[in-house]
Structure formats: C-alpha cells, structure tokens
Design a protein around this ligand. Structure first.
Ligand SMILES: Nc1ncnc2c1ncn2[C@@H]1O[C@H](COP(=O)(O)OP(=O)(O)O)[C@@H](O)[C@H]1O
Ligand SMILES: [Mg+2]
Length: 362
C-alpha cells in the first residue's frame, strides 16, 4: 500500500495543501521550521490516528482555526484503493473514516497501513525512561498483532481499576479477580514482547554492522519481571506492598528493553554516531519484522536522518532503502545538495519537493 495523494487542511502550519506522491522516494527539502516534519507527521497520523510528536489533536489544529482534515488516498500493487480521512474539530471527538465509513474504535484502524518513522526524536528511546521504550514496542507490535493490542488495552484498563481499588479497599476476593484478569492479559503481552525482541536481535545487529564501520557488538534484551515468574505469583508476593503503596508494583507495565554496546549500556558508552546508527538499525529491523508479519512493506518515514550522520553512512542508508524489499519512502532534509548527492547512486524513482513555511512548492 502506498500513499498516492495527501490532502491537508489546517494541519499545523499547513493551511491547504494537496500533494501527489510517487510509490518510490519522496523527498521534502527546505529550511528548518518550514513544514517538513509536519508533512511526515500527517502521513504518520493517517496510519496511527495520532501525531507522532506527543501533540494532542488540539495542538495539531492550525493556530486560529478550529478544525483540521488529513486525507490520504492509497493504492496497492493491484490498484486496489483505500481512502482514509481523519478529521478533528475543537471540542468534538476525532473521526477516522475508511472509504467513507467511520471506525467505531481507532484501534480497528491501526495496522491497516503500516508505517515506520525514523526521526531525531528517536534519541528519546535511549535517553528516556522505560516508559518511552514500552510506548515504542507497543505501537510497533500493534501494527501487526491485533490480539496483542487488545490484551494491552485490557491490561491497562484492569491495572487502572486495580490501582483505584487498592487505595480504598483490601477485599481479598476482589483483588483475586483483578489479579487473575491482569495475569491473563499479561501472559500474551509478555510472550509477544519476548518473541519480537528475540526476532529483532540478529536483524538489528546485521543492520548496525552494515551502517557502521566499527566492530562493536550491539544488542537488545527484554527485561521483565515475568521472565522469572508468572504475574499471578508476583502479584501475590507483592500484595502487602501494593496495599501500602496504593498501586500495583509489579507487572508488564514495568518492563524495559535494554540497549547495549559491547555489553555496556548504550546510553552511557555509545558515542553520538553509534547511538544514531543503532537507532536507525533498530527502526530498520522494525520495518523488516512488520513487512514479514504483514506480508506487505510499511511506508518508511525518514525525518532529518542525514543530520548527524556522516556522508558514508548516509550513502549506506540510501543504498539500503532504495534496494529491493523496500516500498514507499518519505524523506526530509534541510540541505538540497546533500539530498541530491544521496539520491544519485540509488537510481530509484524519486521526486524532490521544495518546501517553504507552511507550503510545498510543486
Ligand atoms: N498548530 C499549529 N499551527 C500553526 N503552526 C504550527 C502548528 N504546529 C506547529 N506549527 C509550526 O510549524 C513549524 C514547524 O514545522 P516543522 O514541520 O516542524 O518544521 P521543519 O521543516 O523544521 O521540520 C513551526 O514554525 C511551528 O510553529
Ligand atoms: Mg523537522
């Protein structure tokens, strides 16, 4: 599935814009602060039903306006068409429609048009707390495993109820019910996370080796209390503690994924360049896994990836994504010459769009 036409009304600083994209590489070049990331975010929004930038729907409405529309017209190899329209009006519920029909739940849409985003914000995956990495792995897996997403929704709902309950009661029967429900959802979440991390490990290492010249060994490890014991046992053992604290102190909501370089934490021991290459390798592995699981390549969004990468790595990356096994790509950069140089050796179908503030020049 690739995006043929993107239409935006009042989305961030884009007042009105229609863009015809090609099925290969689409480059957006222009100064910083124009609208490159906003366009990337609009494409992401169409797939995930939300902004990638931790921006609320209200914040995505162009200043001074009271609604936005993001519309995408897609086609696949057999010229099968899909139209996705996301509308949001201040004070109202957002509506996501597929071919004119509104979804009942946004979760029914996630995964229809898989997308992988590589952005400067990825550094938060290394620098920030575990919550960021859980959010990442959840969004990633939800694009190909519906049952996982449903288990996660159930788990979070039960967890919230249990936490509320712990603050007002210690009723044994009720707590046992909560524990059983939580444990049932956690089994699925834990299994899938463990499997996906195992799947990713060799692929991340392979892409990292292709991207970087150094011989350092990088790795990712899934850390979960459930690796040791089932959640029901953990909950029973920490019951007293939970009652004192008034919240649930164990479970998959405390999971983490560790990134290492030469067996040391990447955050502390990885150089800027190593961290950057690692993050791209991680996202490429994500791309590969979604493609395998779905039997369809995701749309790849590369926002500002050339920044901080040396020219050799840029070339390596472009050779990679222009090769076989990749589909549509949206890529941004502030330097037109650098973009042209990067594209030169890869020969894939491409279009360069020049952007100015809030406007794409066609
Ligand atoms: N809701 C909004 N209304 C109007 N302008 C916005 C809104 N959200 C973001 N912007 C503006 O969009 C511009 C940044 O666009 P962005 O796509 O991040 O630039 P870049 O080309 O550097 O990626 C900023 O000037 C920002 O103020
Ligand atoms: Mg940007």
């Amino acid at each position: 599935m690739y995006l043929r036409k993107l239409t935006l009304i009042n989305f961030k600083n884009l007042a009105e814009q229609t863009l015809a994209l090609n099925r290969g590489i689409n480059c957006f070049v222009g100064d910083n602060g124009t609208c490159k990331t906003n366009i990337v975010d609009a494409v992401y929004y169409l797939s995930m039903g939300r902004s990638a930038l931790a921006m609320s729907d209200g914040q995505c409405v162009r200043h001074g306006e009271n609604f936005f529309v993001v519309e995408g017209d897609y086609a696949d190899r057999d010229e099968r068409h899909e139209q996705i329209v996301c509308t949001y009006q201040r004070g109202a519920q957002k509506v996501v429609k597929r071919n004119g029909k509104p979804y009942e739940r946004l979760s029914d849409h996630v995964g229809l048009i898989p997308v992988v985003l590589v952005s400067p914000m990825d550094s938060m995956l290394i620098s920030d707390a575990a919550e960021e990495r859980r959010r990442y792995i959840n969004g990633f897996i939800s694009q190909f495993d519906r049952e996982y997403m449903m288990a996660l929704i159930r788990y979070n709902a039960t967890l919230a109820e249990r936490n509320k309950f712990l603050k007002i009661s210690s009723d044994e029967q009720m707590l046992q019910i909560y524990d059983a429900q939580l444990a049932a959802s956690a089994v699925k979440i834990h299994q899938v996370r463990a499997r996906v991390v195992e799947q990713m490990r060799p692929i991340v290492a392979e892409y990292y080796a292709a991207m970087s010249l150094d011989r350092e060994q990088i790795d990712i490890t899934y850390r979960s209390e459930l690796n040791e014991r089932p959640l029901e046992e953990l909950l029973a053992a920490s019951r007293e503690k939970d009652l004192v604290n008034g919240f649930t102190t164990c479970g998959v909501h405390r999971d983490d994924i560790l990134f290492t370089i030469g067996d040391m934490p990447l955050r502390k021991y990885g150089s800027q360049g190593q961290q950057k290459s690692f993050l791209i390798a991680l996202k490429m592995a994500q791309y590969r896994i979604i493609a395998d699981e779905r039997g369809e390549v995701p749309i790849l969004l590369l926002d500002d990836v050339f920044d901080k990468l040396d020219e050799g790595r840029v070339g390596e990356l472009m050779r990679l994504v222009a090769g076989k096994g990749f589909g549509q790509i949206v890529i941004t950069d502030c330097n037109r010459e650098r973009m042209v140089r990067a594209l030169a050796p890869c020969g894939a179908e491409h279009t360069i769009f020049d952007v100015t503030y809030g406007r794409v020049i066609e």
